[in-house]
Design a protein around this ligand. Sequence first.
Ligand code: ADP
Ligand code: UDP
Length: 235
Amino acid sequence: MEKLDQIYEGKAKKVYATADENLYIVSYKDDATAFNGLKKGTIVGKGIINNRMSNMMMQLLEKKGVPTHFVQELSDRDTLVKKVHIVPLEVIIRNVSAGSFAKRYGVEEGIVFDEPTIEFSYKNDELGDPLINSYHALALKLATKDEIELIKTYAFKVNEVLKEYFLSLGVKLIDFKLEFGKTSDGEIVLADEISPDTCRFWDAKTNEKLDKDRFRRDLGGVEDAYREIFARITK
Ligand code: ADP
Ligand code: UDP
C-alpha cells in the first residue's frame, strides 16, 4: 500500500490517503512540541520509536479485547491504519499524580491513587483543549452516551493491560492520553498513538522519567529516555 495525498500534517505525524478509502497511512516525525505548540524541538529517532512502540501496544491491546485502528506496520515510520472519524476527546487516565493534575489540585507529583482516574479534554487547539466532563461531551454532541460509556470501558481496560505489562518491565505507568475514533462501520476503536509522547513512564526503582517530560522540562537525556523505554519493550 502506498501513500497518496497528504490529508493532514499534525505536530508529530502526517496522515496520508491510500488507494483504499477505508485506510490511511500515518507517518511518524521526529518533531516534538509541548505546551500546545509553544515549545518546539526535535527528538532524533523519536518517530521510529513511537511508530514501532505504538504498533506493539495496539497489537497487545487487540489480543486483550480492545479494538484498535492498527492494520500493518509498513516501515520504520509508516503504518497502515483504519481511517476513522476521531472523537474529539483526549481521554486521560491517571494512576499517580503528575503534570496538570498536580498543578490543578495543588498536590505533589507521585501520589499513588487507590483507583485510576479518568478525565476528558475537548480536542480543540484554538481553545487549548479545555477539560470537560462526559455530560459536556454529550451536550456538545461529540459522541453518543453509549459511545462515551464504551470509550470509558476501553480506556480503563487499556490501563489494566498496560499497567501490568510495563510493571513487568520495571516501569510504572503514571498516566496517559488516548484518542478513539469511529470507523466507516460505526465501530469505536482506539486510534492515534501510545508512546512516550502520550504516556508518563517512571522507572520502578529510581522514578527516573522515561518519557516526553524530559523534553517538556528540559531535563536532558531526551533521546536516551526514548531509547531506554524502547529497549525494555523489545528485550
Ligand atoms: P496533532 O493533530 O495533535 O498535531 P499528530 O501530529 O499526532 O497530532 O497528528 C495525527 C492526527 O491524526 C491527529 O489529529 C489524530 O487525531 C489523527 N488520527 C490518528 N489516528 C487516526 C486514524 N486512524 N484515522 C484518522 N485520523 C487519525
Ligand atoms: N497528554 C498528551 N497530549 C496532550 C496532553 C496530555 O499525550 O495534549 C498526555 C501526557 O503525555 C500525560 C497525560 O496525557 O501522559 C496527562 O497529561 P497532563 O494532563 O498531566 O498534561 P501536561 O502535564 O502534559 O500538560
